[in-house]
Write a protein of this length. Structure first.
Length: 226
């Protein structure tokens, strides 16, 4: 049986920005990867969109989710429609139960998710919900939890408090990460925005030189159980 990885992300593209290169590498090494995206990721941007146009844009974004994750090599994607940038308006237990349901069906060994120090409220709540859903009980499958950084969110918090202590060399999978991000036509921005292809590559280079690599992704190790 293959060892499984689960990405738990608040919004579409967070999974690519946060750990796309690392998960692609793990898939190449024999892991089976899955992605859970909790939020619809778009409705907070424009209050004037009518319901029909909003539905079309959500459906368009979901198609981009599946395309991007297929590029990474993810086996299956689970999407939900918690309100964008309003996770704090939802009963916390509902988010926890959603994560638990997917996790219990998959029994992953590793989870990648957001940092508790992130600026975005949905990212903060997702982190807390993952920790709640993976309490280290005897029957819990999850043995490793890593927090990732999301460009144009994590680095904009003050004071900056994302403190990585784990680095994955992604020199061989950076191009896959960039290709996957290119599938997110609705999310990609022009340089010098952090969420641009050049911005992503620069960040990977920065994290790489911190660890003696050309390109890397950096994480905070939250829990590891042997």
């Amino acid at each position: 049986m293959k060892r499984k990885v689960l990405i738990v992300a608040a919004h579409p593209d967070d999974e690519v920005l946060g750990c796309g290169g690392t998960v692609s590498r793990l898939i190449r090494e024999g892991y089976e990867a899955y992605t859970l995206i909790l939020g619809e990721g778009i409705t907070s941007r424009d209050k004037n969109r009518n319901r029909e146009n909003r539905k079309k844009e959500i459906n368009k974004l979901k198609k981009q989710i599946y395309k991007a994750n297929k590029i990474l090599g993810v086996k299956e994607v689970f999407t939900f429609d918690f309100p964008d940038n309003r996770f704090d308006s939802v009963d916390f237990i509902d988010i926890v139960k959603t994560i638990e349901e997917v996790k219990n069906n998959l029994n992953p060994e590793i989870i990648f998710t957001h940092s508790k120090s992130d600026l975005n409220i949905d990212h903060q709540i997702t982190y807390k919900a993952v920790i709640t859903a993976t309490r280290p009980m005897k029957e819990e499958s999850v043995k490793q939890i890593y927090s990732f950084e999301v460009l144009s969110s994590t680095e904009w918090n003050y004071p900056l408090s994302f403190s990585p202590n784990v680095y994955f060399d992604i020199e061989k999978t950076l191009e896959l990460k960039l290709k996957a991000m290119s599938a997110y036509e609705m999310e990609l921005r022009e340089y010098p925005h952090p969420r641009s292809l050049e911005g992503i590559k620069i960040k990977a280079g920065q994290r790489g030189i911190e660890a003696g690599f050309y390109y890397a992704e950096a994480f905070e190790l939250i829990r590891i159980i042997y």
